[in-house]
Design a protein around this ligand. Sequence first.
Ligand code: KIV
Length: 283
Amino acid sequence: MSVTADIKRITIHDIRQRKGKTPLVVLTAYTAPMARFLDPVVDMILVGDSLGMVIYGLETTLGVTLEMMIAHGAAVVRASCRACVIIDMPFGSSQESPEAAFRAAARVMATTGCAGVKLEGGREMAETIAFLVRRGIPVLGHVGLLPQSVHALGGFRAQGRDEATAAAILADANAVAEAGAFAVVVEGVMEPIGRRITENLAIPTIGIGASPACDGQVLVTDDMLGLFNTFQPRFVKRFANLGVAVQEAVTAYAEAVRTRAFPGPEHCFGVKVGGKREGEPSP
Ligand code: KIV
């Protein structure tokens, strides 16, 4: 029997029950090693389409494909046993029609084993969210700053700076909740909007650049570890500076190779270390 057999995975129901309680801890992961680090600690792992920028070096998330999401999503599900894993629906996979969205989301669910999908968009996606939810696909909504609409929004800018856009974001959040989303990500909005959405909705809100009042918080793991340095939005707090540690380790390795300090005898086969050949029994 596997060691992890007794560990119960956090379910969509558990996430929904956390409304107004201890904040939900959410981080992104795209690979098995990172998923293994996060799994014992976080409530939810989001396989975000931010992987296009973080892993693939794209300028926006628009070039991310369903195949990329499935490959990375499956790796994260395989490497985790406790956290609730949600996979992003990439640009173009859900906007055409509810039927096309269902086919794509069903493929993601069936091939990865994730608990649900995340879908960007407000009122314009409500019909699609309801269509998926009625057919058994749990949906995490995403309103406010929508990276898949970066060109339409005029860049990665915080949303809701005037009354009209603030009202539109509130209407989007309500529509997503009424459509049956189990929770909603609120990204890059003026703080009072994140707070109001959290107070108004019966489902948990997960903030990123939204409000400390949200029912949970999410960050891109590579941002908060200091591994992704291309740009740093205001809402990112660096909890480590691993980019610097990586650079130092690579520089030390290069120096050791160039000076033949590495590999040493202890890293070679069939070479005596301390008077004993590797593999020989002790006298
Ligand atoms: O793609 C992503 O990682 C996201 C989170 C930042 C919410 O959508």
